[in-house]
Write a protein that binds this ligand. Structure first.
Ligand SMILES: C[S@@+](CC[C@H](N)C(=O)[O-])C[C@H]1O[C@@H](n2cnc3c(N)ncnc32)[C@H](O)[C@@H]1O
Length: 355
């Protein structure tokens, strides 16, 4: 049996770097080393495996020797990441780097991002490494920077710099204005869910596990009603009266069927229905490893071929939690299964297509 990656050691490294859709060819990679030597070596080796034909530029501390000179396809630029000066781009090293037309930056952060409070306005990581994030912005690569913490978990700068503030503001999409209760969905996640429900593949119902105040269900229902497609069935163990106001405001009483029911019970009943095909399944309920795994396994059988499974809070750290159990559950049930393909991620919304 193939060896499973272990969370906490090289769990994310095992697959995660391959997940974000890479819309350009990766020819030149900058690796900024700020982690311990052993971790830097390991990370660098993994990156070389993932991008075997890329050129690597390594920004490394002058006093630290974690790689050999002239290692395959790699070039070292010596500079301590912690003391990169503001005018780094004007220095000889900075100019050398800019000439290389870097496509993506991997930045090893010597912190456990889970530790401490992630205060979006005074971010834990952004503070000690502000200069590096500034450098990535100056290079026009802020959106192409991947942070790797000392637990080998992967983040993007926006996750630690931008809080999910003003999230209850009306959401505009295709000329439709949707009023929303408090929801943890980011703007890009909302847009993705709306589009999937409006014009996503296959036919069948839309199911939302974890309804909370109704945010995700309202978006899903607004999208499908807009294109006169399937209705949304939502399940939650709790009932949140606040959602009613928003459902009425958005004129969606006829498009969301809410049931106060545990996901697993709901799945059993659903399986017995005559027309039980689901084309879009959003799982955002129990975020424990077992809970998420059970949700995926009990609902996947009714997902139609070509249908999309979406799991929210995949690697979400915005609430100070890591939700690493969701990642592990997704790995074990979806990434490591032959039933799904086209793995992709928008912010912390993981998606896959049923084969
Ligand atoms: C993060 S919230 C969902 C947020 C919602 N999707 C939104 O967009 O606002 C998680 C919800 O899952 C519900 N939940 C937890 N365990 C569940 C289970 N076993 N079955 C159904 N719902 C569950 C919780 O009551 C909670 O309302």
């Amino acid at each position: 049996m193939e060896k499973q990656p272990t969370y906490g050691e090289n769990f994310f490294l095992a697959f995660d770097y391959q997940l974000p859709p890479v819309s350009k060819e990766i020819k030149n990679i900058l690796y900024i080393h700020s982690t311990k030597i052993k971790q830097s070596k390991k990370t660098f080796k993994r990156l070389q495996e993932i991008f075997p034909s890329a050129n690597f530029y390594v920004l490394q501390n002058k006093d630290i020797n974690f790689m050999e000179e002239d290692q395959n396809n790699s070039n070292i630029i010596y500079c301590s990441p912690k003391v990169i000066p503001d005018d780094f781009h004007q220095t000889e090293e900075g100019k050398t780097l800019n000439e290389k037309e870097i496509d993506i930056i991997f930045f090893g952060v010597n912190l456990d991002i889970q530790m401490g409070n992630i205060d979006p306005l005074n971010s834990y990581v952004a503070n000690p490494y502000e200069n590096i994030l500034e450098l990535t912005k100056n290079m026009g690569l802020y959106d192409w920077t991947v942070l790797i913490d000392n637990q080998y978990c992967v983040y993007y700068p926006w996750q630690i710099e931008v809080g999910r503030v003003n999230n209850h503001k009306p959401f505009q999409m295709d000329g439709v204005s949707i009023s929303l209760p408090w929801t943890l969905l980011s703007p890009k996640e909302k847009e993705t869910l709306f589009k999937l429900s409006q014009s996503g593949p296959s036919d069948g119902s839309i199911v939302n596990i974890g309804y909370f105040q109704g945010g995700s269900s309202i978006i899903l229902a607004a999208g499908s009603k807009f294109s006169k497609r399937e209705k949304v069935f939502a399940f939650d163990i709790e009932e949140y009266p606040r959602s009613k106001k928003f459902i009425t405001e958005n004129d969606l009483e006829d498009w969301i069927i809410f049931e106060k029911e545990c996901s697993l019970e709901a799945a059993k009943k659903w399986a017995k229905k005559e027309k039980n095909g689901v084309r879009l399944l959003l799982i955002d309920g129990d975020h424990s490893y077992q809970g998420c795994k059970d949700d995926i396994q009990s609902w996947s059988p009714v997902l139609v071929s070509g249908g999309v499974i979406a799991i929210h809070d995949y690697g979400n750290i915005s609430e100070g939690a890591k939700y690493s159990e969701v990642v592990q559950a997704v790995y074990d049930t979806i990434l490591n299964s032959s039933e799904f393909k086209d793995f992709r991620r928008v912010d912390t919304l993981f998606m896959a297509t049923k084969i």
